[in-house]
Design a protein around this ligand. Structure first.
Ligand code: ADP
Length: 282
């Protein structure tokens, strides 16, 4: 009788613990939901006045021929515009991250042509490359045609990586290339993947910094990065979006030589779960 009394007590304690955990869990979920709702409302409320600051600064700059500004006024308007644009990209990045974290970023998959995808990313960043006198090109392995994924998200990932490559390269080139990879999966077909790499001949990242660069707001050289611009959120977004698409990001880099950022994506989105599980197991 003594024993079963003991047992009943410990069962009761266990039940109580479980109930407390359930309460805690739903409180956490609620807090998370409120947090991401708050972030998305805030971002929206901040974007509206910012759009007007940016718009009116641009109007002043454009009307300069008609009503000339003093050198000082010109510099000041330019500063307002630059900072407002920086703030806007910060808000957009924070909003994106919050959305992903809250699991509110949906995947809208379709079949897309890999060469066309790379071309569109390169065309969009061509003007920066020209301005910085860098070669910018694509290379797609023979036999690669399409990939089933979310085009907007892959574009966002690649635009982030290519912009970084162009930003942190003083001379040389930036190349975006796609090759096929296959992972054995125990069945006889294997999971087909595409590895898309952005290779630059830039300043590189030392190995002790490499593990940190995907952290939110991390910038290798704070003082330097400020002149480079950027929010320190780009690579966090790259990593989160790539995971969302069932892929992974890899980096190879050597200080002073250059960096290669590679995203590996499943060719068929249906393989997404498999790859994700495999990664968790290793
Ligand atoms: P940022 O807005 O500063 O570019 P990211 O999250 O995109 O933020 O990158 C974080 C940091 O990683 C950058 O500030 C930079 O120090 C480093 N980094 C990213 N890409 C490269 C690259 N291609 N070459 C050298 N350093 C890089």
């Amino acid at each position: 009788a003594e024993y079963s009394h003991q047992q009943e007590l410990s069962n009761q304690a266990l039940r109580q613990q479980r109930d407390e955990l359930t309460v805690l869990n739903s409180a956490l979920e609620e807090a998370n939901r409120v947090r991401s709702q708050f972030l998305s409302t805030m971002s929206h409320e901040l974007r509206t006045p910012l759009a007007s600051i940016i718009g009116f600064s641009q109007i002043i700059m454009r009307s300069e021929q008609k009503s000339p500004l003093s050198g000082r006024q010109h510099d000041n308007v330019e500063r307002i515009l630059k900072n407002a644009q920086h703030l806007l990209s910060l808000i957009n990045d924070v909003l994106d991250l919050a959305k992903i974290e809250a699991g509110r970023m949906d995947i809208k998959a379709s079949e897309i042509d890999v060469q066309e995808l790379l071309n569109s990313v390169v065309e969009e960043t061509r003007s920066i490359a020209l301005e910085r006198k860098l070669r910018l090109s694509t290379s797609v392995q023979e036999g690669i045609t399409t990939i089933e994924t979310d085009p907007r998200k892959v574009r966002q990932i690649l635009l982030n990586l290519v912009s970084n490559a162009l930003k942190f390269t003083e001379k040389g080139s930036v190349t975006v290339s796609a090759v096929r990879q296959s992972v054995p999966n125990g069945r006889d077909d294997g999971v087909e993947q595409i590895a898309i790499s952005v290779v630059d001949t830039g300043i590189g990242i030392s190995s002790d910094k490499q593990e940190h660069i995907f952290e939110a707001f991390y910038q290798v050289d704070n003082s330097n990065s400020r002149s480079y611009g950027g929010t320190g959120l780009g690579l966090s977004i790259v990593r989160e979006l790539t995971l969302l698409l069932g892929g992974k990001v890899e980096i190879q880099s050597e200080e002073g030589k250059g960096s290669t950022f590679t995203i590996v994506l499943p060719i068929h989105l249906r393989d997404q779960r498999f790859i994700h599980e495999m990664r968790l197991n290793t």
